[in-house]
Design a binder for this molecule. Structure first.
Ligand code: TXA
Ligand code: MG
Length: 366
């Protein structure tokens, strides 16, 4: 049955250290039959199909509601699989593969002739990654084919880091979710273009710019900062629009929660003060406010009556909990989400990128 039809979604727990082999066999045979299977990776859950079956790949777009113009990442379990996917493996790729695979790094390489056009969206290049989650690797091996997979969310929604997130977005549209528990990294892989004149990050992610540069010093940061549009605090104060929707048609439309979000940026003190003032303003209008904060902010917001979600302390904790935080606040029924920002080193660059996208570019610069 085509996966876009209403169907029962089976959600099955699978232990990453002792995976049930019968279960892996069932999941991989669904892949071979051209069906979709959701599986855990170390970054986020993926919605997988056999990369060499165009009809199966087409189902991915249908199930997600994703436009065909957005290309997909192909997941492999061993380097030899690259041969069937790309026409060249430059020395830069070899070095990065040795350092970061399996792991949260996606490489853009020249596509081979067997790669379906749907995967590359007609581009001459293909995105490839070797995930390090044992279930992802075991599924790819058992299927005996590379697996094309985007994040397993509805188009424009926040990426899923638990099987429950997937069920909320895609339940009834897919046959099976392999539930491997919460994802370790929590933000998607870093996408690095090795087909441009200089290696350039297209999407910051689980492997940081600093880590990449330690292996390949020429790596460039993302060309267009997702922070390009800022809102002056004053402007925002003048027009507190709880109903404001993020502006579509920009590159900032991904990862959006269904409620408007604002990112606050400045010194920790300035962020707290501005967020507390905004909370009061929204509450005086009868709006329910959700806030995304760090451990160190708990005291400052203890009395404000906002729905708080505490992301943690280190970049690693914050990245792991970020998408769950956005979804939790959304499900709590808040009218607006206010997020503080974090430093931009290491994983902080990816965190900032996702927060900025969740806010649809609505950054309050202090
Ligand atoms: O961590 C991840 O990367 C997750 C897990 C499931 O592996 N996957 C993921 O896929 O985030 P998706 O489809 O949500 O994001 C893929 C990103 C998109 O920004 C897409 O535009 C870019 O990779 N991409 C894919 N193929 C490309 C290509 N040939 N050239 C440039 N960008 C490409
Ligand atoms: Mg995605």
């Amino acid at each position: 049955m085509p996966s876009s039809h209403i169907q029962q979604t089976e959600i099955v727990a699978i232990n990453e250290r002792h995976p049930d082999l019968m279960l892996l066999e069932r999941a991989s045979s669904l892949i071979r039959q051209g069906e979709l299977v959701v599986f855990p990776t170390e970054t986020v859950y993926g919605l997988g199909a056999d990369a060499f079956q165009s009809q199966a790949v087409e189902q991915i777009f249908a199930v997600k509601g994703r436009p065909l113009s957005d290309p997909l990442i192909v997941h492999i379990a061993d380097e030899a699989a690259l041969d069937g996917l790309v026409t060249a493996i430059p020395i830069e790729a070899r070095l990065l593969i040795q350092a970061f695979w399996p792991g949260p790094l996606t490489l853009i390489l020249p596509a081979g002739p067997r790669v379906p056009r749907l995967i590359t969206a007609g581009l001459p290049n293909v995105a490839v990654r070797m995930p390090r989650h044992p279930i992802a690797l075991a599924l790819i091996r058992a299927a005996g084919t590379p697996i094309a997979a985007p994040s397993a969310n509805r188009f424009m929604h926040v990426s899923p880091t638990t099987a429950q997130h997937v069920l909320a977005d895609l339940g009834g549209r897919i046959p099976m979710i392999l539930d491997g528990g919460p994802c370790e990294v929590g933000v998607e892989s870093t996408v690095l273009d090795l087909c441009s004149p200089v290696p350039t990050i297209l999407r910051p992610g689980g492997v940081s710019l600093e880590e990449l540069r330690a292996v390949l010093p020429t790596v460039q940061p993302p060309a267009i900062s997702s922070a390009k549009s800022g809102i002056a605090a004053k402007e925002l104060q003048d027009s507190p629009d709880v109903d404001a929707q993020h502006s579509p048609g920009q590159m900032l439309i991904h990862y959006s929660p269904t409620v408007p979000a604002y990112l606050y940026e400045g010194s920790v003190e300035a962020m707290r003060t501005a967020m507390l003032a905004a909370i009061q303003r929204y509450q005086s209008e009868g709006a329910r406010v959700g806030i995304l904060i760090a451990d160190e902010d708990i005291q400052a917001f203890a009395e404000c009556n906002a729905q708080m979600y505490v992301l943690g302390n280190t970049f690693e904790q914050i990245a792991t909990r970020l998408f769950a935080g956005l979804r939790t606040l959304e499900e709590a029924g808040v009218d607006v989400i206010l997020c503080r920002s974090f430093a931009e080193e290491g994983l902080g660059l990816a965190i900032r990128d996702r927060l900025c996208k969740a806010a649809g570019g609505k950054v309050v610069k202090l």
